[in-house]
Write a protein that binds this ligand. Structure first.
Ligand SMILES: Cc1cc2nc3c(=O)[nH]c(=O)nc-3n(C[C@H](O)[C@H](O)[C@H](O)COP(=O)(O)OP(=O)(O)OC[C@H]3O[C@@H](n4cnc5c(N)ncnc54)[C@H](O)[C@@H]3O)c2cc1C
Length: 452
């Protein structure tokens, strides 16, 4: 049951941070609040432009199927608006990409969900335009949250600070949502008021990126809109190419264990030739780069264990504030969108913020298990030695091999990778017997990974 929109349960919500998670939280809560104030530190341009608070946005951002569906449910019509602005949609996500996972190319399959290829800049811009147009929402750009107001054991508002003026406004709120991302100061501020700080769990990955764009041509990669070459233990590096709304491909190469893909064009191309998939080299070898490759470093996945430490009433967390994942898995925006849907559904049906946090943690768990399970098989940093292959990892590797020819196994693997199903679903009897059956066969379509 949802509350009638004429009787908002919350008078005012303050959302700290106006990136993807903050905007989607505002969309989720607007139907249940009289007023939603989104506070963003950066100055916001009128178009899709990079800004200081989100340095990752000029790197490739893949949108998982469940993330697009969640955003669409929060902002109906968003997919069509993005398509109208050039985002590329070639039908089912299971047939519109080339997924080189576990050393081979997965079979095409139907997931029943559309894929959408576009830049992160366009996505955030359009989400922001939609959210800013909601009658309950007030977007305060160029303004930062300087502290939390805490009274009688609950958070009751945020103290604002303008960048160029003497703004010292206090916004009183029934609920404050922390969407300030990985470096969030929220837990530190709460600790100053006596609340225990959630434990930080880290998984070292030492991923280094290089990103550049090339012009797209008709028929590239058999008319697919994305190609992913995942890292495997023998080749601990990979890449992704995603078609963009301006008829370009954004190509991001990455290496684990601090292995930086070269930033000069020839070295960048040569690195692409060492990946499991030939797709990215094919795109890069045949045309000039549109700009010099840009670097990005991501040292570790970081998760705040909010389930272990009580949070005060009136305070919720979402997105990278709770957990930032190894970006090569393309999960961050989708996790934020799924959490925003949970926020809407739980609070909208009279549930509590702790009940929302329990759902948010479940969503994180699903993605975290995938990332840490895969990364532990890679030779990453000395500080986190490679975990020897165990039974589960051996089974997953067999499932990946089976998925090169078996559409049903490929579909289940894609559902897990797109956060639609939990990883144990890969071991359901209907999948397990297909994996076992395929295990004894050789696979002519799968390409054996080259040794690093
Ligand atoms: C290189 C790279 C590639 C990635 N690729 C993908 C991908 O392919 N697919 C995917 O789904 N995800 C990807 N991600 C993750 C994705 O970018 C994030 O998960 C996503 O941006 C959601 O983050 P967020 O909104 O929680 O935080 P952020 O995007 O970090 O935003 C936090 C916001 O809070 C603002 N802020 C901070 N402090 C304050 C304050 N005190 N007051 C007011 N405002 C404040 C900041 O200016 C910023 O706008 C990638 C990340 C990286 C680093």
């Amino acid at each position: 049951m949802t509350l009638p929109t004429s009787e908002p349960r919350l008078a005012t919500v303050a959302v700290m941070g106006g990136s993807v998670a903050g905007l989607l939280a505002a969309a989720a809560l607007a139907p249940h609040a009289g007023r939603v104030v989104v506070v963003e530190r950066d100055r916001l341009a009128s178009g899709p432009e990079p800004r200081a608070g989100t340095p990752q946005v000029t790197h490739a951002h893949g949108l998982l199927a469940s993330g697009r569906a969640a955003m669409e449910s929060l902002l109906p019509g968003l997919t069509d608006e993005l398509r109208a602005r050039g985002a590329v949609n070639r039908g089912d996500i299971g047939r519109s990409g080339r997924w080189w996972v576990g050393g081979g190319l997965l079979a095409d399959c139907d997931l029943g969900l559309e894929g959408l290829a576009l830049s992160r800049l366009l996505l955030e811009h359009q989400v922001r335009a939609r959210v800013a147009a909601l009658p309950q929402v007030e977007l305060r750009a160029d303004t930062e949250v300087a502290s939390l107001r805490v009274e009688s054991g609950r958070v009751t508002g945020v103290q604002l600070r303008g960048r160029d003026d003497d703004c010292r406004e206090m916004v009183a709120a029934d609920l404050v949502v922390d969407a300030t991302g990985r470096p969030s100061r929220g837990p530190r501020w709460l600790a100053e008021h006596g609340w225990p700080r959630p434990r930080d769990e880290r998984a070292a990955v030492g991923v280094r990126y290089a990103t550049a764009r090339v012009a797209a041509r008709p028929g590239d990669l058999a008319a697919r809109v994305v190609s992913v070459s995942a890292a495997v233990p023998e080749v601990p590096r990979g890449g992704v190419a995603i078609m963009q709304e301006d008829d370009t491909w954004i190509v991001m190469l990455f290496g684990y264990a601090e292995q930086q893909p070269p930033l000069d064009p020839d070295g960048f191309r040569a690195y692409a030739r060492t990946l499991v998939s030939p797709d990215l080299a094919e795109l890069l070898d045949s045309r000039p780069l549109l700009e010099p490759p840009r670097a990005y470093r991501f040292a570790d996945c970081r998760r705040r264990r909010i389930e272990e430490a009580p949070l005060p009433e009136g305070f919720a967390m979402i997105g990278d504030t709770i957990c930032s994942f190894d970006p090569t898995f393309g999960q961050g925006m989708t996790v934020a969108a799924l959490q925003a849907v949970a926020l809407r559904d739980v609070l909208g049906s009279g549930g509590s913020v702790p009940a929302y946090h329990a759902r948010a943690v479940e969503i994180v768990d699903r993605a975290w298990v995938l990332v840490t399970g895969a990364v532990r098989q890679l030779p990453v940093l000395e500080a986190s030695p490679r975990v020897p292959e165990n039974l589960v990892a051996r089974y997953v590797a067999r499932a990946q091999r089976a998925a090169r020819r078996d559409e049903k196994v490929a579909r289940q693997l894609m559902r897990v990778m797109n956060l639609l199903d939990a990883p144990p679903s890969l071991m359901a009897p209907r999948i397990a017997w297909r994996v076992a059956r395929a295990g004894s066969r050789s696979n002519p379509e799968g390409k054996a990974p080259r040794v690093a």
